[in-house]
Design a protein. Structure first.
Length: 188
């Protein structure tokens, strides 16, 4: 007998929610199926109807997070690529949309493979808006620097309890990307 789609989705969501609850408490790689099933209120056989193992569940959860960020980017970007990404409202929108899930994934107890994945997924979306020529012989290094700096700052901001406003954080990041540290070093 086939399950109803809404029941299937509800069950899958309960496993994913249980995963996120546990991920707040312990390293992702140490989450066991028995913990997930207990937290979600199902048995092991039900878990295996939806996921092959915890890595499969992690991949599913990561795809959800990436899709949420992707939709925010697509909704926020201007229709044409003539503008400069750093002069749009993209960053405050993305930062506001980022919930604790992305910080869990990028954090020390998260998934080491998530950062390269998110970079690979998001950079092509924003590339037309970045004022760096793809013909530049150092393009890969420049994009690598900008993306690593941005994600590193995001993680630090989260670890600091988001102690500055989203707007102020966005402005600081834009200033750092466009002008580097020299914008913050007093001239004598």
């Amino acid at each position: 007998m086939k399950k109803q789609p809404e029941i299937t989705e509800k069950t899958r969501k309960r496993f994913v929610d249980a995963f996120w609850e546990l991920a707040k408490e312990k390293p992702i790689r140490k989450i066991a199926v028995n913990e997930l099933t207990r937290r979600a209120g199902y048995n092991r056989s039900t878990f295996y109807e939806y996921f092959t193992d915890t890595d499969d569940l992690l991949s599913y959860a990561e795809r959800d997070v990436l899709e949420e960020i992707r939709q925010t980017i697509v909704r926020t970007l201007p229709q044409d690529a003539s503008g400069n990404l750093f002069q749009t409202d993209l960053f405050p929108s993305i930062f506001a949309a980022m919930n604790e899930k992305i910080y869990i994934l990028m954090g020390p107890n998260g998934d080491p493979g998530f950062l390269p994945t998110i970079k690979a997924e998001l950079i092509p979306l924003v590339l037309p808006y970045i004022p760096i020529s793809t013909d530049d012989p150092n393009f890969d290094y420049l994009i690598g620097y900008v993306s690593s700096a941005m994600f590193g700052l995001l993680q630090l901001w989260n670890e600091q309890g988001k102690d500055i406003s989203t707007d102020d954080f966005s402005k600081m990041m834009q200033t750092l990307v466009l002008h580097g540290l020299s914008a913050y070093i007093p001239t004598v």
